[in-house]
Design a protein around this ligand. Structure first.
Ligand code: T4K
Length: 372
């Protein structure tokens, strides 16, 4: 009986390597609160990403929620974003008392359609929160220009875009800030974890206050912060995983290549093409079923019957979540491209250790669906 294949599988270092990394925690009994591992990982990431500041978090969502809060936007401000994303992006905006204004995505790379942003700007707009979805880079140049022209902050949800580069520059270096997720399902993981990367020196203290109760010393609490610190075991996992990351991405690239070899050009299947000037991290492998012999849901079911769990990332759109039924901007009519994709996209299994034999097996099942 063949193994059950899930949409992804966490990258992990050798057990012994991790044990060696955490041995010092048994010696020191220092398990969290910005210990040695936390400080080491932060520096390693600043070097790896070539960015001025990295503030680590216990997960990506709190990182995003905090960096939006750190901008101190007036309550009721409008934030232009996309609904073709994970719940976290929209929730982070709404939980800050702001209103998400949903912009459509473009049909090539599924990121925010930069041509449609300006028409959504009003006197209440305070920011743009685009998503580098699946690891595709948004049009950072156009979005940067729009942000400057209208005096809007640009905060990227870069949860999927760790180690992605545009014209040789890391995705961490665009906009006012970028949030990365280091969740177990991501290209680079710290079990759970996340970070905010940014150029502005003043933001370092604010974010550190926000993630640690506003405590600056044993007798000083200057800010009504929360708790979103990355602990030492998470940081140790990050240190180990970072050593192997480039090799892991190469293995993912081979998986992408095989999927393309088998599925590209098949009538009714749309693959996301490599972006010009972008070095990908091969985070996800989305396929859009449009005019194929089977629907997305039929292919999903067929794969499941064979013990292969693909995922409908991202269906439903966040703008049609039940929890947003009362939101004035809820609904999918204003974002037809996103709605089209959400109904047709399936992300096929993708991880570094996915064997090419298994990629072939997945492709055989998908292609057989089209011939039914
Ligand atoms: N913005 C965007 C655009 C995001 O996609 C996300 C997270 C965020 C913000 C927020 O970042 P975090 O706060 O999460 O750091 C998963 C992840 O939990 C979530 O991090 C991720 N996006 C989202 C796209 O996917 P689920 O509910 O689909 O996860 P789950 O538990 O079904 O896992 C999917 C597959 O991953 C499993 O079938 C097997 C594999 N897996 C899972 C876990 C938990 C592992 O191999 N190891 C594991 O430990 O949300």
């Amino acid at each position: 009986m063949s193994e059950h294949i899930l949409v992804t599988r966490s990258s992990m270092p050798d057990f012994e390597e991790y044990c060696e990394e955490i041995r010092k925690l048994w010696d020191s009994h220092w398990l969290t609160n910005m210990g040695v591992e936390h400080e080491t990982l932060q520096k390693l990431l600043e070097d790896y990403l070539g960015c001025s500041h990295v503030v680590l978090y216990t997960n990506g969502h709190l990182a995003l929620e905090n960096v939006i809060a750190a901008m101190r936007f007036p309550k009721g401000g409008e934030v232009i974003t996309t609904p073709f994303t994970f719940a976290s992006t929209t929730h982070a905006i709404v939980r800050n008392g702001l209103t998400p204004i949903f912009c459509d995505v473009n049909p090539e790379d599924y990121t925010i359609d930069a041509d449609k942003i300006e028409s959504l700007i009003t006197d209440k707009t305070v920011a743009i929160v685009p998503v580098h979805v699946y690891g595709s880079m948004c049009d950072v140049e156009r979005i940067g220009e729009i942000g400057k022209k209208y005096g809007l902050k640009v905060i990227y949800d870069a949860a999927h875009a760790f180690a992605v580069k545009y014209k040789g520059v890391s995705s961490a270096n665009f906009g006012d800030a970028s949030m990365f997720s280091f969740h177990a399902t991501k290209v680079f993981n710290t079990i759970e974890g996340g970070a905010v990367c940014f150029p502005n020196d003043a933001l370092v203290e604010t974010l550190n206050d926000m993630k640690n109760f506003g405590i600056r010393g044993p007798e000083s609490c200057v800010f009504v912060g929360g708790n979103a610190k990355m602990n030492e075991f998470q940081a140790a996992m990050g240190i180990c995983n970072l050593r192997h990351l480039d090799r892991e991405i190469k293995k993912r690239a081979a998986v992408t290549e095989r999927y393309f070899a088998r599925l590209d050009g098949v009538p009714g299947l749309r693959l996301r093409k490599p972006q010009k000037d972008v070095e990908s991290n091969h985070a996800y492998f989305p396929v859009v079923f449009d005019g194929f012999g089977a629907t997305r849901n039929e292919v999903f079911d067929a794969l499941e019957e064979h013990g292969i769990t693909a995922r409908k990332y991202f269906y439903p759109l966040t703008s049609s979540f039940e929890c947003y039924a009362d939101l004035p901007t809820a609904g999918t009519e204003k974002t037809p491209v996103a709605a089209f994709l959400a109904d047709r996209v399936l992300t096929l299994p993708m991880y570094a250790d996915l064997s090419l034999e298994n990629v072939d097996r997945i492709c055989d099942i998908v292609l057989a669906c089209g011939r039914r």
